[in-house]
Design a protein around this ligand. Structure first.
Ligand SMILES: [Zn+2]
Length: 278
């Protein structure tokens, strides 16, 4: 039995899988803002879900990870979790091996598993924050530092972004948080097509940069903002294709999996091919 956990800024989800491939049970609850409460509640919910000791556990978090120490370097939406030895703590409590990975990276692994005959896949999630990953031959691509496509700078004179300390990064302009700051309305309540078109235009610049640096055959876009549907995704794909002049654009697809891609990606991580440094 395996567990795939996604600790998000708003909610935490725990998925249970007997064979490590298919998710059988899932629970969801609000993520406590305090680290100690978060760990206690996670253990409590796991014990409610199963009395058996899992073979291995994956934990997705929206943060760059220190893989050696098993800590979160900079979780913008859960600042109280920063620096704690979360992997070690969970291994002690759950008496099993625990793997930490960035949620955007696991989302990409999940998306890759749904596609055949793709060698290089790029994945970008547009959500509270902006993240993503490059997947090559079914593995998270080799990297010396974490992939942080959300913090490429699109406007050096743009909005200051406390999450990274830079100005005008992709996340500061294109995330759900940025959307609300710019337009004064939460994305889930915005029905104005002109606003969505403007937001798509800004977002497309980040996607063009990602395509030119990652050269994917398929770029998959996921995350909460895509729930706005075609009023956002249609101009987003159109602007991206128009702006990219250096070569023909790759396939650009909108995720059909939603947040499930992260949980599925967690199970793929546990299958062993994607541990950092392996
Ligand atoms: Zn940034």
């Amino acid at each position: 039995m395996f567990l795939s956990i996604d600790i998000g800024g708003t909610s935490t989800r725990i998925a249970l899988s007997k064979d490590g491939k298919k998710i059988e049970k899932e629970v969801k609850y609000d993520t406590p803002k305090k680290y100690d409460d978060g760990i206690d509640l996670l253990q409590e919910n796991i014990e409610k879900l199963t009395r058996h000791k899992p073979k291995a556990v994956s934990v997705a978090v929206a943060s760059p990870i220190d893989y050696e120490k098993g800590t979160l370097i900079k979780p913008p939406n859960l600042p109280n979790y920063k620096g704690h030895a979360i992997r070690k703590e969970l291994e002690l409590r759950l008496r099993t091996k625990v793997f930490l990975e960035n949620d955007g990276a696991l989302g990409g692994l999940g998306e890759y598993s749904q596609r055949k005959k793709v060698k290089v896949l790029g994945y970008i999630t547009l959500s509270t924050g902006v993240g993503g990953v490059r997947i090559v031959d079914g593995r998270i691509d080799y990297h010396a530092l974490p992939f942080e496509p959300g913090h490429q700078i699109l406007d050096p004179h743009g909005r200051f972004w406390p999450g990274c300390g830079q100005k005008g990064c992709f996340e500061a302009l294109a995330s759900g948080t940025a959307f609300e700051m710019t337009y004064g309305v939460k994305p889930e309540f915005c029905e104005d097509d002109r606003i969505w078109e403007e937001h798509a235009e800004i977002t497309s610049q980040g996607l063009v940069n990602v395509i030119t640096l990652w050269t994917p055959e398929v770029l998959v876009i996921g995350g909460g903002l895509t729930k706005a549907g075609s009023k956002f995704t249609k101009p987003l794909i159109k602007f991206t294709k128009e702006k990219l002049k250096i070569y023909s654009p790759p396939k650009i697809e909108i995720s059909k999996m939603g947040d499930e891609n992260v949980l599925l990606g967690g199970l793929i991580l546990l299958s062993g091919k994607n541990h950092f440094g392996s």
